[in-house]
Design a protein around this ligand. Sequence first.
Ligand SMILES: *Cc1c(COP(=O)(O)O)cnc(C)c1O
Length: 367
Amino acid sequence: MNVPFLDLGAAYREIQAELEPAILASLRSGWYIGGQDVEAFEQEYAAFIETEYCVGVANGLDALRLALVAMRIGAGDEVIVPSNTFIATWLAVTQTGAIPVPVEPVEFTYNLDPGKVEAAITPRTKAILPVHLYGQPADLDPILALARKHGLRVLEDAAQAHGARYKGKRIGGHGDAVAWSFYPGKNLGALGDAGAITSNDPEIADRVRVLRNYGSRVKYVNEVKGCNSRLDPVQAAILRVKLRHLDEWNARRTAIAARYTAELAGTRLVLPEVPEWAEPVWHLYVVQHAERDGLQKALKETGIGTQIHYPIPPHLQMAYRDAGYAAGRFPIAESMANRLLSLPMGPQLEHAGVTSAIVALKTTAHG
Ligand SMILES: *Cc1c(COP(=O)(O)O)cnc(C)c1O
């Protein structure tokens, strides 16, 4: 049985009858920048996340970058980031002129280790940027306490955590601002690029609103050097439809994760640990295995699709050669990059597909 890592076509087909009229209505509206669907999505997403403000932007990277700019972070400032994350988290910091300062994760929750953050704070530190990686909330309370103690901002990268909860409260309003990506493969995904920030801080929300639109509140009056990073109205119409399915689709992911956790216990796979205060949304189900590459190849031969998130940590990427980090500098991130494997996961992955993946994993990851 062929089990794809992720089937976006199946997701589209499941709600095609709702999506296509919404797309057509948007196209026929005669309104192609901003407008009713963008405003309605911003309100509906803020309500879902239980935050005051939501501002749509063009993608997740811009959401991170514009939130940093709105916090007045720039050249010479330092921002604490995880040593294990998708490159966008670091790039957003670099694009403002600030410097990403990596801190290692807790090995089995994959998220920023709050116990290691304080040692990385310097007089130039302006913000902490935790990532809710793979859909699992980072341990925010100690991070927020450190930020208060040192007068720092907290920006959360929630690109993989739509709907996740930390101590019962949805991710989206704990820190000063939270950045979202609606890249198609995310838990809440558009059919193209899209992003947003959420916040309870009216000033940050207002600044991002102005920055995303050429630094302009009133047409042809430019308050600041902004950019063009607007949420496309067709994508907003699509996101409004998909938001209605998010909780149910996350519940299906959670059921798949529960099967992996129960049925893969006792194999040589190291399974993700979920702290008792975390309600993850399983953007990815990531295991660790000493012979990861061989395992991935054997799975592929039996038709089981897997991926690696991520094979090279940011500090060892060619793009960050100028930062001068040697191999061995962040050993947890490096060892994870060599051991991680993301199993098939998605709301349209059926019971039989999960069973096939588990059977294949048990036979190949045993001895
Ligand atoms: C997807 C992702 C982003 C970037 O989102 P884009 O919409 O692709 O720009 C940022 N951070 C993390 C952790 C992501 O997974």
